[in-house]
Design a protein around this ligand. Sequence first.
Ligand code: SF4
Ligand code: SF4
Length: 381
Amino acid sequence: MTLARSVRNLRSLDRRFRQARMLGRAIKSSHHPILAHIIPIRRCNLSCAYCNEYDKVSSPVPIAEMLRRVDLLAALGTGIITFSGGEPLLHPELDEIIRRIRSHGIIATLITNGYLLTPERIQQLNRAGLEHLQISIDNVQPDDVSKKSLKVLDKKLQWLAEHAWFDVNINSVLGAGVRNPADALTITRRALELGFDTTVGIIHDHSGQLRPLEGEERSVYQQIQSERKPAFWAFAYDNLFHKNLALGQSNEWQCRAGSRYLYICEDGLVHYCSQQRGYPAIPLEKYTSEDLEREYWTRKPCAPYCTISCVHRVAMIDLVREKPRQALARFFPPGQAGTPAKLPLGIRFLSSIFLTPENGRPQNPAAKAMAGAVMRVLGIK
Ligand code: SF4
Ligand code: SF4
C-alpha cells in the first residue's frame, strides 16, 4: 500500500466521522442546505459536445467575492461545498477558497476534468484540506464528443493513487452521446484497481432529462453494478433512483433544490441546479430562510425524469428524516414480492435504537439511552 493510500485511509476515518455529524444534523433539521455547488470560474479547458455548463472566455470570480460567498453559505448552515464549473482548477486561488471552506467546518469537495492535475498540484490540494475529488471519464479513447478519456487521464489517476490524501471517485457514464458503452466498464475496472470509489452516471440531455439505456448499455450497466459492490448509501441510491432511470422509468420523489441543495453560479445567483438555471435566480446575499423553506416544498415539474444524482442523494436524507421506515423499505427492497426486506446488520442496529417499535409500544429505555449517547458523540444533541 502506498504512503498516500495509508494517509488517505486514516483521513477517511476523520472524514467519515464528520460526514456522520453532517448527516445527523441534516436528519435532525431541514432548515439548512446540505450541499451547495459553487462555480469559481465558468471557463473550461475542454469542449465536451454534450456540455452546456462552460464557456471559453470567462475570468475567474475574484477571490474576495468567492470568500464572501463561502461565508454566506456557512451562515446558511451549509454542510458540504463542491466546486464545479467550467473547470475549477483554472481558478488561480482555489486553495485559499478551500481553506476558507474548511475554516467553517464545512466539507470541501471538487469536480474536475483532471487535465490540470500534476503531483505538485495534488500535494497542494492535500495541504489546502480538500476532502473529496471526482473525475468523470467519458470514454477510453478521445473522440469528437469528449476528450475526458482514460487514455489521456490514466497517468493523472496513477498520480492521484500515489499522492492524494483525499477520497477520489471516478464516475463513468452511459447514455446519450456515449459511443462505446463497454468503455464505462473498462473505466470502472481501472478505478477499482487503483483503489478509488466508483459511480456510473446516466447522461442527461440539455434539459437535465433522461434518455433510457438500451441493449448493450443496459447489460454494461448491470455488469458494472455487479463488480463495484457499492457501500450502503450508494446501494440505497441505486435501488431508489438508478434502477428506474436505467429502465427509462420515472421516479416519484420530492426535489429539494433551492433548499437542501443550492447551485451558485459565477454571478453569485442561487439556482435550482446546473440544468435549471434561472430559477429562482436570487442573489446569494439575499437568500433567506424563507427562500429555503419555500423551495423545500416547491414541486419541480422536471423531477420525474431528472438525472442529477447529487440532488437525488440529498433528497434521500429528507426521506429518512420524514419517513424512516418507508425509506428503509425502499432502500432495501425484498428480493421477492411478499417477503420481508433484508436490512444489513448495521442498519438493523441503528433502526432498533433510533426508531420507535412498529407495534406502538414505547421505546426500550436502554435503546433510548444508547441513541442519546450516539447523538451526543456526533454533536447533534
Ligand atoms: S470538462 Fe466538464 S465543464 Fe468542461 S466542457 Fe467537459 S463536461 Fe463541460
Ligand atoms: S428535478 Fe430538481 S435537480 Fe432535477 S433538473 Fe429539476 S430542479 Fe434540477
